[in-house]
Design a protein around this ligand. Structure first.
Ligand code: PBG
Length: 322
């Protein structure tokens, strides 16, 4: 006697009833790029349908996000001024700090997350302070904490350090707590791999390293057990949410993290994942909507509670129409 699996696939009614995983706009976070200047809404060439916004043009995208039902944004800033120590990253009048205040003015509820890193702000494009062509860990985490604190002061709900220095979560948590920001949460880019899938982002954020690569701080794509150590340390240091990044090539890591730890797991479906689908769709090789929804579903099925995706708005609209 064999089992008739197809009974439960007979029509959409029964398929809807037995479906194990669902994605909704509640799951998504939209990455938003903010630039200095006025009246700028400029398409990012490496990320089609995504734009650089100046502060005065933020209302339209915030409205779009709200209408789509997306609850959160993660902000990336492109500053006018860069130096060795990324000064504009912790300037109270830096691009991110201004953007946070502006978004809060437009919408008092939207959940504002900030990417805490230095690579967009340093002249050398590395995610920290350089000594002898090496990113100095302990010096860098002082700056990372300072950046996170300045985001909290500006009104961020959550900070998300993406630098991959050791001890940064503890440094940030201490800085926030000591300054009265106990309720600002931390989403740690815990298992952030040194990935070629970040290519289009680095063009969008002008953040490619001017020399060398990020292999001495971001994780080796070959390693899985090491990711669990990174995650465990971040949880112990005070991370509220941990992240695996990229998503699609790292579903095994998402799943392992989900199985092993009980904190919410976020997955970042990165720029290269987005750009490949956009390109394939443009060439007519794939059905964009179907591929995107299947990819997002697979990330959720693997164990992600939260998905950061450049498709957040489009996917939310598609999900509503179904
Ligand atoms: C900053 C940062 C990067 C991404 C998010 N935060 C780039 C990098 O590490 O080089 C990549 C996001 C994407 O590719 O979509 N450190």
């Amino acid at each position: 006697m064999f089992r008739r699996h197809r009974r439960l696939r007979k029509n959409s009614y029964i398929r809807d009833m037995v479906r194990e995983t669902a994605i909704t706009s509640d799951d998504f976070i939209y990455p938003l790029f903010v630039v200095e200047g006025e009246n700028i809404k400029k398409e990012i060439s490496s990320l089609p349908d995504c734009y650089h916004y100046s502060l005065d043009r933020l209302p339209e995208i915030i409205d779009e996000i709200r209408e789509a039902g997306v609850k959160g944004v993660i902000l990336f800033g492109i500053p006018d001024y860069k130096d060795e120590v990324g000064s504009s990253a912790f300037d109270d009048n830096g691009i991110i700090q201004k953007a946070i205040r502006k978004i809060r003015e437009i919408d008092k509820d939207i959940f504002i997350i900030t990417d805490v890193c230095m690579c967009e702000y340093t002249s050398h494009g590395h995610c920290g302070i350089i000594h002898d062509e090496y990113v100095d860990n302990d010096e860098t985490i002082k700056y990372i904490a300072k950046i996170a604190l300045s985001h909290a002061k500006a009104g961020a709900d959550m900070v998300a350090p993406s630098d991959m220095m050791d001890g940064r979560i503890e440094a940030i948590r201490n800085a926030l707590d000591e300054n009265g920001y106990k309720n600002v949460s931390i989403m740690a880019y815990s298992a952030k791999y040194c990935s070629s899938f970040y290519g289009p982002f680095r063009e969008a954020a002008d953040s490619a390293p001017k020399f060398g690569d990020r292999k001495s701080y971001q994780m080796d794509p070959a390693n899985s057990r090491e990711a669990m150590l990174e995650i465990e340390d971040d949880i112990n240091e005070g991370a509220d949410i941990i992240m695996v990044k990229p998503a699609l090539s790292y579903l095994d890591i998402i799943n392992k993290a989900r199985t092993k730890y009980d904190v919410p797991v976020a997955a970042y479906s990165v720029s290269g994942e987005y750009a490949m689908i956009k390109a394939g769709a443009k060439l007519g090789y794939i059905n964009e909507k179907a591929i995107v929804l299947e990819s997002l579903l697979s990330i959720k099925r693997a164990g992600a509670d939260i998905i950061i995706t450049y498709y957040a708005i489009e996917a939310s609209k598609w999900l509503k129409k179904r």
